[in-house]
Ligand binder design. Structure first.
Ligand code: GLA
Length: 382
């Protein structure tokens, strides 16, 4: 059953009446440009055909009641007061509580609501299940309140929820692409100006995502540490963000930072350039060049930024051996587990998936999940 149908059915079952409206936000995959967003740099993500749906109806009071279908149909409720407390029991509802709190702080006059939430973006896999949830909630709650919000503003409020309420110090990429993604396109996003440029994805190539299902540990602390190291490098270079550094300026300042901080900065500065180059390669359908850039990006994340794990490195190597210079593959997302993204020529998709099915679990004792993806419209486009 589709997630839309599940959301409607659950609504009727739990609240005993029909929902008024339904909204959807997609997850995302980042083709290249990792850990560049909070450095004011460039990213090249696409919204994907896995997402989160909310069915919703207005109430005449200040109560919000919500049911999470993916979490055993758990139901929780709270009042739209000035300070909305976090729940330690229904952790999933903190995204909803946070979004309500942040929207109210921004002066949006929310109304009470009943809602059900269903999603098929895998959790904690680096495909932005949380951004999809934040964006679909912002879309639904503002629509219910009759408040006009533009997609970029919605993305910024989603990020604010993540940073200030949830406590994850993430950048703007995930929320922006979930809100503004375009069907059959990736978006080159300038994370400083927040402008974006759609780049068409070729029909001859398939986006294949392999979820390593490696349980991500210490992600938040490692993520925040990387951010701090990037800031340290920027300070040593006398720039506000690493976006403003070049490989030459970095080389000159090498003596004024530790080796680790230098390598973190080297990843970011080179990744920014790779993202711009990869955008050209994608537009030119130059798979050889794109494949090389994705390979370099992976090596940089593995050796300099140090955010990959052995099973992920192995999946990348296996796929590289099959696609050769006809496509590209790299880890995608924040790191420490999660997913690999590959752009695979149609004729080789089965070779890739068969090979992974035969060898990954045999070698690492963990079963992978494989998603064949298309690029879809963002929550504010569809
Ligand atoms: C997570 C964050 C993003 C971005 C990526 C790494 O997905 O939410 O803001 O920093 O990691 O590229």
């Amino acid at each position: 059953m589709s997630i839309s149908q599940q959301a409607t059915d659950a609504f009727i079952e739990v609240f005993k009446y029909q929902p008024e409206q339904q909204f959807h936000a997609p997850g995302r995959v980042n083709l290249i440009g990792e850990h560049t967003d909070y450095n004011d740099g460039f990213v090249l993500p696409a919204a994907i055909n896995f997402g989160t749906v909310v069915s919703i109806a207005k109430r005449n009071d200040n109560t919000v009641r919500a049911c999470a279908v993916n979490f055993n149909h758990e139901v929780t409720q709270f009042e739209l007061s000035d300070v909305i407390e976090k729940s330690s029991k229904y952790m999933w509802s903190n995204y909803l509580r946070g979004v309500c709190q942040i929207l109210q702080q921004e002066g949006v006059k929310l109304t009470g609501a009943d809602l059900t939430i269903v999603g098929d973006v895998p959790y904690g896999a680096g495909l932005s299940s949380s951004a999809a949830l934040e964006i679909v909630l912002i879309r639904a709650l503002t629509a219910l309140a009759g408040f006009e919000i533009d997609p970029t503003q919605a993305a910024l409020l989603g990020q604010k929820t993540e940073n200030n309420y949830i406590g994850a110090n993430t950048g703007i990429m995930d929320q922006l692409i979930c809100a503004r993604g375009l069907k059959n396109h990736a978006l080159l996003i300038d994370c400083r100006s927040l402008e974006s440029k759609p780049i068409a994805l070729a029909e001859s190539m398939t986006i294949v995502i392999i979820n390593s299902n490696v349980k991500r540990g210490l992600v938040d602390s490692e993520y925040n540490q990387r951010r701090a190291q990037c800031q340290e490098a920027a300070n040593a270079l006398n720039v506000s963000h690493l976006r403003d550094a070049t490989l030459t300026s970095l080389e000159h300042a090498k003596g004024s930072m530790s080796d680790v901080v230098y390598r973190r900065a080297f990843h970011v500065v080179s990744e920014n350039q790779r993202t711009l180059d990869a955008t050209e390669a994608l537009a030119d359908q130059d798979w050889h060049r794109l494949g090389k850039l994705m390979a370099q990006s992976h090596i940089s994340m593995r050796d300099d930024f140090e955010i990959t794990v052995a099973p992920i490195d192995a999946i990348v190597e296996m796929i590289n051996n099959i696609i050769g210079n006809e496509g590209g593959v790299r880890m995608t997302g924040g790191g420490f587990g999660g997913c690999v993204v590959a752009l695979v020529p149609l004729a080789k998709v089965t070779d890739v998936t068969d090979y992974i099915k035969q060898h990954y679990q045999a070698r690492f004792g963990i079963k992978e999940d494989i998603y064949i993806c298309t690029a879809v419209d963002g929550a504010f486009v569809a």
